[in-house]
Design a binder for this molecule. Structure first.
Ligand SMILES: Cc1cc2nc3c(=O)[nH]c(=O)nc-3n(C[C@H](O)[C@H](O)[C@H](O)COP(=O)(O)OP(=O)(O)OC[C@H]3O[C@@H](n4cnc5c(N)ncnc54)[C@H](O)[C@@H]3O)c2cc1C
Ligand code: FES
Length: 259
């Protein structure tokens, strides 16, 4: 399981500015919230959450930001990549009404979770928060699956003008929500945690990863929690005791980077 399996890209689809989904054949079972390590020889190996689960076909959705994601962006159907995993834990999809809050590319990994919730007859509202209209993706996909979709943009170019956390707060005031599931900028997730005093809460965290199997210690948060195997999804009770949540992360050399 910890050796990359070589697989061919089936489809490469542009979703929005600098954002693409690639799908590939990978029969291993995976839960929404879990991630793969994606290897491009001579470039890098990076963590990527699953964004599509369709039998033997899986997908990842990513923004082009550096060497590895730019290399992934250029790949075409038929090109090969190495995949290992799945790693980490998945979301617990429970309750009568779940509010999903995705900031930026965070909505990519929430989409399969929302689809699963709808399939299990759980009312699902998804807030997709992006900077502007050109970064919006997965709106149609989520509406099609039966979720209620609320868009928020920082510049007001579409939907609610403001942060996804503010749009979510309005929903929390009006509706009876049993659980909040979120992925996105950590400040946004921290704001949401502070609003969820009596509501079940799960957030997916990103930390620099090397081994992804709990050995190197690169992804530690709080008092020895490893995001790669204890997460990446953590519940609110755990996160309330993690002092670095929403405050800082560490780079590849272990240096603190403030959010
Ligand atoms: C569990 C997990 C799931 C993720 N899922 C997604 C996803 O679904 N879509 C998506 O667009 N991005 C996702 N990311 C982030 C993605 O892994 C990084 O953006 C990517 O590694 C950047 O690589 P790069 O070479 O293009 O950029 P670089 O220029 O090397 O780095 C850009 C940023 O990415 C971070 N980064 C670089 N390498 C790693 C690494 N090995 N581990 C963690 N962070 C790294 C850097 O700290 C920096 O902040 C996920 C990260 C984690 C930890
Ligand atoms: S990445 Fe090595 S312990 Fe998590």
């Amino acid at each position: 399981m910890n050796i990359p399996k070589i697989t061919k890209i089936i489809e490469s689809k542009r979703e929005a500015t600098d954002i693409k989904t690639i799908t590939f054949h990978y029969p291993e079972e995976i839960e929404s919230g879990q991630f793969f390590m994606v290897w491009m020889p001579d470039v890098d190996e990076i963590p990527m959450s699953v964004s599509y689960i369709n039998g033997d076909i899986k997908g990842i959705t990513f923004r082009k930001i550096g060497d590895a994601t730019s290399a992934l962006y250029k790949l075409k159907p038929g090109n090969k990549i190495g995949i290992r995993g799945p790693y980490g834990n998945g979301f617990k999809i429970q309750g009568k009404h779940i509010l999903f809050v995705g900031g930026g590319t965070g909505v990519a990994m929430l989409a399969p979770a929302a689809e699963e919730a709808v399939k299990n007859s759980i009312s699902s509202t998804v807030v997709i928060g992006v900077k502007n209209k050109s970064e919006l993706f997965f709106e149609k996909r989520l509406k099609k699956c039966g979720a209620k979709v609320i868009i928020s943009t920082d510049d007001g170019s579409v939907g609610y003008k403001g942060f996804a956390s503010d749009a979510a707060k309005e929903i929390l005031k009006k509706e009876k929500i049993d659980a909040v599931l979120t992925c996105g900028p950590e400040m946004m997730m921290k704001t949401l945690l502070d609003c969820c005093k009596n509501i079940s809460f799960q957030a997916s965290l990103e930390r620099y990863m090397k081994c992804s199997i709990g050995i190197c210690g690169q992804c530690c948060i709080g008092k020895g929690l490893r995001v790669c195997i204890d997460g990446p999804v953590f519940d609110g009770k755990t996160l309330k005791n993690v002092k670095d949540f929403g405050v800082y992360r560490r780079d590849s050399a272990g240096r603190k980077i403030q959010f």
